[in-house]
Every structure is written in C-alpha cells, then in structure tokens.
Design a protein around this ligand. Sequence first.
Ligand SMILES: Nc1nc2c(c(=O)[nH]1)N[C@H]1C(S)=C(S)[C@@H](COP(=O)(O)O)O[C@H]1N2
Ligand SMILES: [Mo]
Length: 348
Amino acid sequence: MAKGSPEFVDGDKFRNRVEHPKMNPDEFYGYLPYAPHHLTERQTPIKNVFSLNHFGVPIVDASEWRLDIGGLVDKPQILKLDDVKSLPKHAVSSMHQCAGSPLDPTAPKRRISNVEWAGAKLSDLLREIGVNEEAEYMWSYGPDGGVFSGYPQDFYLKDLPLTRAFQDDVLLAYELNGELLPNRNGFPVRLFVPGFYGTNCVKWICQMVFAKERADSLFTTNLYSDTIKLPGDDAIVSKPVWDIAPESIIVSPRAEEHLEEDEQTIWGWAWGATEISGVDVSTDGGESWQPAILEKRSGWSWQRYEMKWRPRAKGQFSIISRARNFDGHIQPMDGSRNAVHTLRVEVV
Ligand SMILES: Nc1nc2c(c(=O)[nH]1)N[C@H]1C(S)=C(S)[C@@H](COP(=O)(O)O)O[C@H]1N2
Ligand SMILES: [Mo]
C-alpha cells in the first residue's frame, strides 16, 4: 500500500471516497505564460496567472463536487458547493507563488502572481464542524492522482498546522479575480493560504481530515520538505515548505534590454510571508548596493520598489534586486529557491 494513498490512514476517516474525476491533460501540466517584464500590473490578469499540476487537470462538475470532512471533529460531514457558498464571502488579495520543482528545490523559478481570491473563510467552517482540541494538523486532499516522478499516488495530499488554518485569511476559494476559478486553478473550490507556497493550496479539494500528526505522504514529508542545518548544531532537520521566503523580481528593465545613457527607472515587486522591509539594487553585479524606494505592504500583496539610475558609461551592466524582511532575512545570492533575480542590460 502506497504511502499517501487513502488506505494509509484509518479506514473510518474515509467514509466517502471520491472517485477520480477525468483529467485533461492527464499528465504533469505547467502553464507559465509570462516573463518577469510582463508582470507590470499590480493584479495579474487570469491569462498570466501561472498554474502547476503534478498529475494534470481534473475536470470537476460543480454539481457533483463534494468536500468530505472527517477525523478529529465533532461533526463529520460532506459539503456541497452551495454549503460553501452559503458561508460569508471574503476576498483576499495576495501574492501567489510556486515553490519551484520539488525535485530541484533550490532552483529559483519565479512562478508568481498577485491575485484576488474570494470564497469562504476556512475558520468559519472549522468553528462549525468543531475541531477537537487534540488535533494539530489539517490534511487536505485533491482528487488528482497518477504517477509523479516514478511514485504512484491516488490523491494529492498536503497538511497545514491548525494554528495557521484557523487564521481568518485562509480561504476555501471559489473565485479568482472576481471570476469562477478556471479548471487549472482548482474549479470549483481550492484552498488558499496566503503567505504559504502554492503547493500547500490544494486545488479541487475533495477531503479534509483533522489529525494529531502530520500526514506522511509524498508531497508532505518526502517532497516539499527542506533539509536544513541549524547554526551551531550538526543535526540536519527537515522543514516543511510552508512560509514564503523574502524575494523580489525586476520588472523593468527587461533582460538584455538596450538602454539609453540617460536616467532610468529600475523597478519591480518584492514579497514574502511577512512584510518586506527593504530592497537594495545593484547595477554592478553585486559589488555595491543602493536602497530602492519601497511601498508598504497592503494585506498580502506584493510591494512595488523603484530606484533611479543614471548609467555613467556605455557597455554591459548586471542588475540585481535583493529583498529583506523585518527579521533580517535577506535573499541569498544563489543556491536557494529565493535567490536574487539578476539580469544584464546594455547601455548604448
Ligand atoms: N490537487 C492539487 N493541488 C495543487 C497542485 C496539484 O498538483 N494538485 N499543485 C500545487 C502547486 S505545486 C502549486 S504551485 C499551486 C498552483 O496553483 P495554481 O495552478 O492555481 O497557480 O497549486 C497547488 N495545488
Ligand atoms: Mo508549485
């Protein structure tokens, strides 16, 4: 029996197994329709919102969609779409970011969008179902299965600490930028956890289980689990890929752009699980840095920064942006998913 398959968990936690929906496509599907210089708008239009699907895209009929809730709760139940829509509707504008390939977790991929999600607050539902005190985690299941990197899986399973799940900005979202979710973004209902990497935001969510322990499955404790070494300690510990690390991109100029020798505006976006406190920009490949002007964070949205720059000569320049947060965490130069964004331009 494969870990991460529903049989791996107590049978009585799974009263109503959802059949696998049909998938189109029925294999890994990445939709990455932009380059950094296209991200000029504060709200990313749906056509430019990236999408990542380990097994493909389930096509779920809204009238047949069910959310089976069980485990350590007072009132296990099966919800329909109308039940979710009958809860007060709440919108959250937020950064949305993929953590990158779980097979190459230190490679920066810059799969990002800044969008508005709307739906029910998960916390409203959690209060209604009466989550028991001993529960520590919420396991979320997507109905999509298949083979990922050689591992067969029946479901896409993730877990969330309940301390996070109870915060009232976590959504069972059914709208993206004011429209119904596109299939690839989780129609009809997906989880959205602002400040957590996209991998945690289970799409087409069909089952939630409340448990004392973490879910031991392919996408929880195997993949999307960073190994880190604590300072002054030889032990290697693993850390789930939850909070988004501080990061920034350069929107303008674009890579390989030819610039005039007069004043330029270098600008872009910065974000993280907590507010970004500063962005520094280098125009000489990291030898020197100047602070950019940075707006304050509003909600969970990305923050715009800009810096004026007057090139003093013709030739090639390497531009880098580097964000940091109030805890002093700063983007590394390389070797990490949130490594700095660097590009070259030519002053002519
Ligand atoms: N059920 C399910 N949920 C999923 C995934 C998936 O493959 N299956 N991919 C995750 C990953 S890795 C990311 S980055 C986000 C992408 O969300 P989006 O396609 O709406 O941008 O969905 C997450 N939720
Ligand atoms: Mo992702």
